[in-house]
Write a protein that binds this ligand. Structure first.
Ligand SMILES: Cc1cc2nc3c(=O)[nH]c(=O)nc-3n(C[C@H](O)[C@H](O)[C@H](O)COP(=O)(O)OP(=O)(O)OC[C@H]3O[C@@H](n4cnc5c(N)ncnc54)[C@H](O)[C@@H]3O)c2cc1C
Length: 413
């Protein structure tokens, strides 16, 4: 984010809730325009080990450069995408250079942009009160902070949003994913040769398997020590999903079960289903995932992402299904847009309106696009357009052309 405001003014302050992608991007960009920022994260320990692979897009690279992290050694560059059939033969392929990184890597890079004195672990947001001077933010333990604005970067289940717009609730998409990341060193020689270097799609009826290489533990990019990101989309209605949210001890979880507590019988069933439908190279990956876990897919969009002096960013503002691999790019873009508006408008309320005008429609488009790509799974096809997209995406070629491709938002300009 270039430059600071041309007009001199007293220092302004933002309290940021959530110490993940949105929170860190917001802190980086607001600091650049001369604001004081403090990030408050609920977790008492550093956010590491979330372990998921992250597809990158030009918007993410731009946000990282602007935030000052650089994009050197970001991840593994792949040169092409391939689609497989049941026998593991390539049915279609497309040249496409794309960098595959990991959530841990991005978190570490962004974390380094903020002074540790302004990043506070173990602070749980409880409520916000607003008046004409700004916000008064209460945390667990009755800790109170004052600021000009509050940024809600606290994810899809945002507590900030629950207070300012309780009617906005994530909606279950009707499908979930099994995911995990087997170690490169554990995979068969054939798997390494035929699929490991590529972004791979395998689309049996009403299911999607997507794989690509990512760094190993400690963001190791050395051949032999990397991992292979594995994502398997499967359909389950709400009742089935609720059942899957009962853990090994019989305890029901609201959204998903911590990986070590997933019922063994669900993992055994998943392995058995994989044996029935997967080509050998993908089966090899499934069977070598050390700790598979389940993520139910939700999304939501919002008519407004600003509520007085509260600005929502990233997944807390609008959250998309992960078919485009665009969530972190959107978090970075939201934060950049917010800082730009606050830089360009002396009046904070005018700035927040400008931010809302730019990013609410943008977030909405991202969510709608995610739903479009989700039609492949054949859940809840309501309109003629849904059914047309569902048909189109049955072809491997279309899947390669649509899923997680760069610049997909150009169609919405
Ligand atoms: C299967 C899957 C695959 C994905 N693949 C990609 C991909 O390839 N590329 C991509 O760009 N994105 C991808 N995403 C999306 C991406 O992970 C999210 O968009 C991104 O993490 C959002 O960042 P965030 O900071 O907005 O929210 P989060 O990462 O959810 O962070 C919110 C933070 O707020 C904290 N918090 C919550 N409540 C409170 C509270 N009360 N007080 C204080 N702190 C609180 C939480 O502890 C958390 O650290 C994927 C998502 C999924 C589910």
């Amino acid at each position: 984010m270039p430059g600071s405001s041309s007009k001199p003014r007293g220092r302004r302050r933002a309290v940021i809730i959530g110490g993940s992608m949105s929170g860190l991007f917001s802190a980086a960009f607001l600091r650049q325009i001369g604001w004081d920022v403090d990030v408050y994260e609920r977790s008492g320990v550093e956010l590491v080990g979330r372990g998921a692979g992250i597809t990158t897009h030009p918007e993410l690279l731009e946000a990282l450069e602007a935030a000052g992290t650089g994009t050197q050694n970001l991840g593994i560059e792949i040169s092409k995408r391939i689609a497989l059939d049941r026998q593991g033969r390539i049915t279609e392929e497309r040249p496409l250079r794309q960098i595959m990184t990991s959530w841990d890597k991005l978190q570490r890079m962004l974390r380094a942009t903020i002074d540790p004195a302004n990043y506070h672990l173990g602070w749980n947001f409880e409520r916000v009160d607003q008046d004409e001077r700004g916000v008064r933010v209460t945390f667990s333990g009755d800790r109170i902070e004052h600021a000009d604005i509050l940024i809600g970067g606290d994810g899809i289940r945002s507590g900030v949003r629950a207070q300012v717009a309780p009617e906005l609730q994530p909606i279950y998409a009707g499908y979930y994913i099994w995911r995990g990341a087997p170690n490169e060193a554990d995979l068969d020689e054939r798997t390494l040769r035929e699929i490991f270097p590529y972004f791979v799609l395998y689309w049996p009826k009403r299911q999607q398997v997507i794989t690509y290489p990512i760094s190993g533990f400690g963001e190791d990019l050395e051949p032999g020590r990397r991992r292979y990101n594995f994502i398997w989309y499967r359909v389950a209605d709400a009742a089935q999903m609720q059942d899957m949210c009962i853990d090994e001890r019989g305890v029901r979880h609201e959204y998903s079960v911590p990986p070590p507590l997933i019922r063994k019988e669900l993992i055994a069933q998943m392995h058995s289903d994989a044996q029935d439908i997967m080509p050998d190279v993908l089966l090899d990956c499934v069977m070598k995932i050390p700790q598979p876990f389940i993520t139910p897919i939700y999304d939501f969009t919002a008519p407004s992402i600003v509520f007085g002096r509260v600005a929502m960013t990233g997944d807390a503002a609008t959250s998309t299904r992960p078919h485009m691999g665009f969530g972190v790019a959107k978090a970075g873009g939201d934060a950049m847009s917010l800082a730009r508006a606050l830089r360009d408008h002396e009046d904070i309320d005018t700035a927040l309106k400008a931010y809302n005008a730019e990013r609410q429609p943008y977030g909405n488009n991202v969510v709608m696009h995610g739903r479009k790509l989700g039609t492949h799974l054949g859940v809840n096809l309501k309109t003629e357009e849904d059914r047309r997209m569902h048909e189109l995406l049955q072809s491997d070629g279309a899947a390669l052309d649509w899923i997680a491709v760069p610049n997909f938002l150009d169609d919405y300009k």
